[in-house]
Design a protein around this ligand. Structure first.
Ligand code: CTP
Length: 394
């Protein structure tokens, strides 16, 4: 949604990773952005302007002195209309040129003439990337305020193994969103918990729940995008740890409690999205429990209510909880808000546990209630943070 209706000038330079720029253009469009491609002469050796134009749904600009195109959309107009310029792949050559103030073709001229953020996604041979001149150019551009994503480490098209692969397209999209996001959480230290916990019965069995961690991860990523320093304490999840945040992996409720308490004093905003197990087996067997003829009784004991403890230890932190309810949602959410001394609670039902979308009701301390329509978890994350920002800056 951050990319929605945004005008992205996508600069493609001449490297083998240029073929990935086609898929990147498609992803920007899928995220409802407008794509205005600029291809350098060298890039046209790797992909055709026709492919790019068809996917981007806008004319490909290539030549400074193309009279027809220049009459339709001038290079100054491109520089001005862009909400963001993304160079993917960015070769050592384009990085060097921009860092030295050279504007000798359409792409370099547009970058020079823009006041919008510029994101470079470098891709090149690893020796080239490690070259001191390239490194100095990148440092210089970063210092001035240009953004960079990647390159990643791995197998390179030239047969080398090392740092030089174009960052994953997902990471480039995330970085583009970060460039465009408001930085209204700058200076805040946000602690987020996510995912389920696992309580072992024996080495091969555990008590858990179907939480995927998607909601908490979406909140952590959104908070990072908006400028916060983020710690994500996660139970077992198949999701990849988001870039640029402190990631703490936990398994049991006890481990999650320990990690959360450790980071709590330094935090200014805490969002407890984890589905913490309320019970654990009183005895966790060291050996696999063999099956009985009829039944097996497992005695359970309570785990700590982490959020309640955070409420009791509150020293000015803004505390957000979730309430998972199958009935009397609002009554129960209000009760939890009070009992756990929260500033805001997000109530939902179990239907959204593993899905991409969710339907939540947000209740604030002053009893303001807002029922949100079904939305993606990313969108819900933004809405929750909007409310947090509005309250803390009131
Ligand atoms: N929570 C927690 N520690 C627990 C259980 C829950 O910190 N041991 C947190 C959850 O992360 C969530 C909030 O408390 O933010 C509410 O969790 P929920 O499962 O909805 O409710 P419970 O407090 O466990 O109460 P109940 O299961 O009776 O509804």
């Amino acid at each position: 949604m951050i990319l929605n209706n945004k005008k992205i000038v996508l600069g493609v330079t001449g490297g083998i990773a240029a073929y990935k720029a086609l898929e990147l253009a498609r992803l920007f469009i899928k995220n409802e952005a407008e794509v205005w491609p600029i291809m350098t002469k060298a890039s046209a050796n790797f992909i055709t302007p026709l492919s790019m134009q068809t996917i981007a749904r806008n004319p490909v600009s290539q030549d400074m002195f193309d009279l027809t195109l220049e009459a339709k959309i001038s290079h100054i107009e491109l520089a001005e209309k862009a909400d963001l310029i993304v160079i993917a792949p960015a070769t050592a050559n384009i990085i060097g040129k921009i860092s030295s103030g050279i504007a000798d073709d359409l792409l370099t001229t547009v970058i020079m003439a823009t006041k919008s953020p510029v994101l470079f996604a470098p891709a090149m041979n690893s020796n080239m990337y490690e070259n001191k001149i390239v490194q100095q150019n990148i440092e210089r551009l970063k210092k001035i305020g240009y953004c960079f994503i990647g390159p990643d480490e791995g197998e390179l098209a030239c047969g080398y193994e090392g740092r030089g692969r174009l960052a994953s397209l997902e990471d480039i999209i995330d970085a583009a969103e970060e460039c465009l996001a408001p930085k209204d959480l700058k200076g805040q230290k946000v602690l987020v918990t996510a995912g389920p916990t696992r309580e072992a019965i024996d080495p091969v069995r555990f008590i858990s729940n179907p939480s995927s961690g998607k909601m908490g991860y979406a909140i952590a990523k959104a908070a990072k995008r908006r400028g916060a320093e983020v710690v994500l304490v996660s139970g077992p999840s198949y999701l990849s740890p988001p870039r640029g945040i402190t990631f703490v992996k936990t398994i049991t409720a006890e481990e999650m409690a320990e990690a959360t308490m450790r980071h709590y004093p330094q935090s200014t905003i805490v969002i407890m999205a984890a589905a913490v197990s309320d019970y654990r087996p009183k005895i966790s067997h060291r050996r696999k429990v063999k099956k009985e003829e009829t039944r097996l009784n497992i005695e359970l004991e309570r785990t700590q209510d982490i959020l309640k403890e955070l409420g009791n230890r509150k020293r000015g932190q803004f505390l957000v909880g979730f309430a998972l309810e199958t009935e009397d949602m609002l009554t129960n959410a209000r009760k939890k808000l009070k009992e756990k001394k929260l500033d805001l609670i997000v109530a939902n039902d179990p239907s959204s546990f593993d899905g991409e979308t969710t339907r939540v009701t947000v209740v604030e301390k002053d009893d303001m209630v807002e029922e949100l329509p079904p939305l993606s978890k990313n969108e819900v994350a933004e809405r929750i943070l909007d409310k947090v920002v509005r309250t803390i800056s009131a």
